[in-house]
Design a protein around this ligand. Structure first.
Ligand code: PLP
Length: 361
């Protein structure tokens, strides 16, 4: 039997997606060839990447004014690439600092131009989402991280940020690596969204980019690979794309569609999160780490009140096939990542173990 996989990333994939992917490794679409050995320009792969784009648009209700790209380099390359493509000469970029990934994005932007942090939750080790955001400068864009994978906080609405960007005639850019496809969103609020595949979409290797075409500044002097226009013009085929990651991502998107789309998975995700947070709040042995209103529905961070009980809990998890439950080294405690593919039964199983701890301490 498979483990209950609460890993933060790379993370759980739906079991039929894995089965189908493994069949594709042996043979793709009766070609007598593996997905790993066909040309990325073959009709088989062209259909796969086109289906992945179409499904992305369908599931997130994205219009033709946006382009869907599958790039490489992870969200980490997007930190730099987004700044490079959306900064104007002598302009200013604004960032909201909600933890490690935002901080890394800020660092890349600083290499390109003037960068300001307009809000931060660093003062309390990123345990909340700042809501006091003031922009006094003229800015090119506002960048934020929708879900803070490491700390377990999440922006539950984008309305305020989108208004703020609009008022400042600024573009809105979001790193959605760890909550894309987990809930319904209005893509029209954004000029750029990016997400590494390995949290909620597929295996590592591909990075999904959703970019509003008219928001891009035409700048032919950018390094070729780092220019979004290159990839728009070449339909994500400027160079060899991460074929396998895109294939498995497409299979995941098919699965999401078969469930009834994002609305259905959002309901499931809400159920899973509320079950687990209820247990954290009602079990006297455990305690949540972040501000209640800002709790992430993807990465649930918590701790054990009494340090003497930790080893017992960890042993219980180990013996019962719980994987990836340790908190990030910068936070400590525990983190249960409950991405789309993690079943509600796995959440219930973890809750059972949390209750069992009472009996064995
Ligand atoms: C994992 C993660 C990243 C880093 O992604 P890579 O694809 O490894 O570069 C960036 N941002 C967020 C929110 C993440 O969860």
């Amino acid at each position: 039997m498979k483990k209950h996989n609460f890993s933060a990333g790379p993370s759980i994939l739906e079991s039929n997606v894995i089965r189908k992917a493994s069949q594709g490794v042996l043979e793709i679409n009766n070609t007598a060839l593996s997905i790993l050995e066909i040309s990325h320009r073959s009709s088989e792969f062209t259909q796969i990447i086109e289906e992945a784009k179409t499904l992305t648009k369908e599931l997130l209700n994205i219009g033709d004014d946006y382009e869907i790209l599958f790039l490489q380099g992870g969200a980490s390359l997007q930190f730099y690439m987004a700044a490079l493509n959306f900064s104007r000469p002598n302009g200013t970029a604004a960032y909201i600092d909600t933890g490690t990934w935002s901080t890394k994005a800020i660092k890349e932007s600083e290499k390109i131009g003037k960068t300001i942090t307009v809000a931060s939750s660093k003062d309390k080790n990123y345990t909340y989402i700042p809501n006091n955001i003031n922009i006094n400068n003229n800015i090119d864009y506002l960048h934020f991280t929708s879900n803070n994978t490491i700390y377990g906080t999440q922006f539950h609405t984008f309305h305020k940020l989108s208004q703020l960007a609009k008022q400042n005639s600024a573009k809105l850019i979001c790193d959605m690596s760890s909550d894309i496809f987990s809930k319904q969103i209005d893509v029209n609020q954004f000029d750029l969204i990016y997400a590494g595949a390995q949290k909620n979409l597929g295996p590592a290797g591909a990075t999904l980019v959703i970019v509003k075409k008219e928001s891009l500044i035409k700048n032919g002097n950018l390094p070729t690979y780092l220019n979004y226009n290159t990839h728009i013009d070449k339909k994500s085929m400027f160079n060899t794309p991460p074929v396998f990651s895109i294939y498995v991502s497409m299979l995941t998107l098919r699965w999401l569609k078969s469930l009834g789309g994002i609305k259905s998975i959002e309901q499931e995700n809400n159920k899973k999160a509320s079950l687990l947070y209820n247990e954290i709040d009602n079990n006297p042995l455990f305690v949540g780490i972040v501000n209640k209103e800002d709790r992430s529905k993807m990465n649930v961070t918590f701790d054990i009140r009494n340090a003497d009980h930790k080893l017992k809990f960890e042993k219980l998890c180990l013996e019962n096939g719980i994987n990836g439950i340790y908190g990030h080294r910068s936070v400590g405690g525990y983190r249960a990542s409950i991405y789309n593919a993690l079943k509600i039964s796995s959440v219930c199983f973890l809750i059972e173990l949390m209750r069992k701890l009472k009996q064995i301490i």
